[in-house]
Design a protein around this ligand. Structure first.
Ligand code: C8R
Length: 262
C-alpha cells in the first residue's frame, strides 16, 4: 500500500512531520529546562535534539524499534516525586486543564519527554531523511515513530512512579472507561512497580451533560481492579472528583451539578 508521490516521499494517511521540527523541539526543551523546571537546567537540549533526530532519520517509518529511542530516553529522563504521578486515558483535554490549574500532580506532558513531543509529529523517509508530507497512522503500522515514542515514554513514566498514583478515566464513553488496549491499559499499569507503588486512585469523570456510561462498579473498572490487585496494588475509585469537576463547571456554570444552591 506504499505509494510514491512526485517528490519521492511515501504517501501515508497521517499528517507529515511538523514544520520547523528542530526549532520547535529545541525551543520547547530550552523553555522546559529554563522556565518550567529549572532543576533540569543542566540537561543538554542540543544533544537531546540530535538523539531524537538520529532515532528516526533515514529510517522507514514502520520499522522503529524500542532501542532506537534508548539514547534519547536515557539522556532526557528525570525522577518524579512520589504521590504526584497522574495517568489518564481518553481524558487528554480535561486532565491537562487540571494540571495547568493545580500543580499537585504531574502527567507525562509535564515531564521533559512529554513536554517536547506533545501534539507534534515526526517520521523518516528512507531516501529524503525526514518526511514532511505524511506519516503513518497507528492503523497503518504500529511501529511508527510517534506511537513508539509514546509507548516508550509512557513505560518510563510508569516505572518512575512511587507512592499513591492517580488515573483520570472517562466514564462517558461507550466501550468502557478502562481498555486494556490503550497505552494506560497495555503499557502503564503493567510497568508500575508494586514495590514502589502502593495504590492507584481512579478518578472516573463524567461529562457534565452526560451520559453516565460507567460508574465505579462498572465492568471495565472491575477489570482494572482485578489486574492491579493481582499485582498487589490497591485500587480506589471516586466518581466526579470535585476539584476536576469544578473545571468542567467553569465552562458550564449554570448546570445543576455546578450550583451551590440547586
Ligand atoms: N500518553 C500516551 N499517549 C499520549 C500521551 C501520553 O502522555 N500524550 C499524547 N499526546 N499522547 P488515549 P492512552 C497521544 O487513547 O492510550 C501516556 C498518543 O498519540 O486517550 O491510554 C500518559 O501517561 C496516543 O496514541 O490514552 C497516559 O497516562 C494518544 O495520545 C496514557 O499514556 C493516547 O490517547 C494515555 O494513553
Amino acid at each position: 500500500p506504499e505509494q510514491k508521490t512526485t517528490t519521492g516521499t511515501l504517501r501515508w494517511k497521517g499528517k507529515g512531520t511538523t514544520p520547523n521540527l528542530k526549532e520547535v523541539i529545541l525551543g520547547r526543551c530550552y523553555n522546559y529546562i529554563t522556565i518550567v523546571n529549572p532543576e533540569l537546567s543542566s540537561k543538554d537540549c542540543h544533544n537531546i535534539w540530535m538523539r531524537l533526530l538520529s532515532a528516526f532519520m533515514y529510517k522507514h517509518p514502520c520499522s522503529m524499534r524500542e532501542e532506537d529511542y534508548y539514547p534519547l530516553m536515557n539522556m532526557a529522563r528525570h525522577s518524579i516525586p512520589c504521590n504526584k504521578s497522574l495517568f489518564w486515558s481518553k481524558t487528554n483535554n480535561l486532565v491537562h486543564r487540571y494540571t495547568k490549574a493545580n500543580h499537585d500532580f504531574i502527567t507525562l506532558e509535564d515531564t521533559l519527554l512529554g513536554y517536547i513531543a506533545d501534539d507534534i509529529t515526526w517520521c523518516g523517509s528512507s531516501d529524503l531523511g525526514i518526511n514532511y508530507n505524511s506519516c503513518p497512522k497507528r492503523n497503518e503500522c504500529e511501529s511508527n515513530p510517534s506511537s513508539m515514542y509514546w509507548k516508550m515514554a509512557s513505560k518510563m513514566f510508569a516505572e518512575a512512579a512511587c507512592g499513591t498514583v492517580q488515573v483520570m478515566l472517562n466514564g462517558s464513553i461507550d466501550n468502557g472507561a478502562f481498555r486494556n488496549d490503550s497505552i494506560f491499559g497495555s503499557v502503564e499499569i503493567l510497568n508500575l512497580n508494586p514495590d514502589k507503588v502502593s495504590a492507584v486512585q481512579v478518578w472516573l469523570m463524567h461529562d457534565i451533560e452526560g451520559p453516565q456510561s460507567e460508574s465505579c462498579t462498572g465492568q471495565s473498572i472491575q477489570m482494572l481492579k482485578s489486574i492491579l490487585e493481582n499485582r498487589k496494588i490497591n485500587v480506589t475509585c471516586k466518581e466526579n472528583y470535585r476539584p476536576v469537576q469544578l473545571l468542567q463547571c467553569a465552562s458550564n456554570p449554570n448546570h445543576a451539578t455546578c450550583r451551590l444552591c440547586p
